[in-house]
Write a protein that binds this ligand. Structure first.
Ligand SMILES: [Zn+2]
Length: 201
């Protein structure tokens, strides 16, 4: 699933706090949005492994939610929603596609790494790949009611997430073809500084 879908899910998980304790809405929504995005900060390292903990985030979220219920402060509520959204993110990645350059081909059996069991969880492909039409539709189904309910900066965040999702979904299948082009073009100015390159000239 797209990063933006995870952010929208994080906001959706936090929104009920607005009904129960409106004064804690901002820390809840901020915690949910950041927790929803956080695991994908490993995108340029060992993606869906370094910061993806489908078991440990859930194990931490349970006592954190308990603490937030017993002692609701901005800090406990933000932490609880952060951990809950991060846990849901890691679980949801297993419902999407696998780790491969063109995930719509469905050849990878790696969805998300389970550190507790020491193995990869396989993709179920309910949402076939990140940026798939159904990924965007799911985000839209969450985003529209969120946009109605929320206001202020979170309203803008929802609108921005939907806009980014729309563009990403529209170009998703062209991205792998773009990757080698970018790689070929980008290092060229650097290449001219390499000694063996200048010797040839
Ligand atoms: Zn992820």
């Amino acid at each position: 699933m797209m990063l933006t879908t995870h952010v929208l899910v994080g906001l959706a998980l936090a929104t009920p706090v607005l009904a129960v304790a409106p004064e804690l809405g901002v820390p809840a929504l901020a915690g949910g949005a950041i927790g929803g995005a956080f695991p994908d900060a490993d995108m340029y390292t060992a993606h869906r492994r370094t910061l993806h903990f489908p078991v440990y985030f859930a194990a931490l979220a349970v006592p954190a939610l308990g603490l937030a219920a017993v002692a609701p402060t901005p800090a406990t509520v933000a932490l609880a929603l952060f951990l809950l959204a991060a846990a849901v993110h890691c679980r949801m990645d297993a419902f999407g596609g696998g780790l491969e350059l063109r995930p719509w081909k469905g050849t990878s059996d790696r969805a998300v790494y389970d550190h507790y069991r020491g193995r990869w969880r396989s993709p179920r492909r309910w949402i076939r790949y990140d940026g798939a039409p159904e990924d965007f539709a799911f985000g839209l189904a969450l985003g529209v009611p969120l946009w109605v309910v929320l206001d202020g900066p979170f309203d803008l965040l929802v609108a921005a997430a939907l806009a980014v999702s729309a563009v990403y979904a529209a170009v998703r299948k062209r991205l792998p073809d773009l990757a080698p082009v970018v790689a070929e073009v980008a290092p060229e100015p650097l290449e001219s500084y390499l000694p063996d390159e200048s010797e040839e000239r």
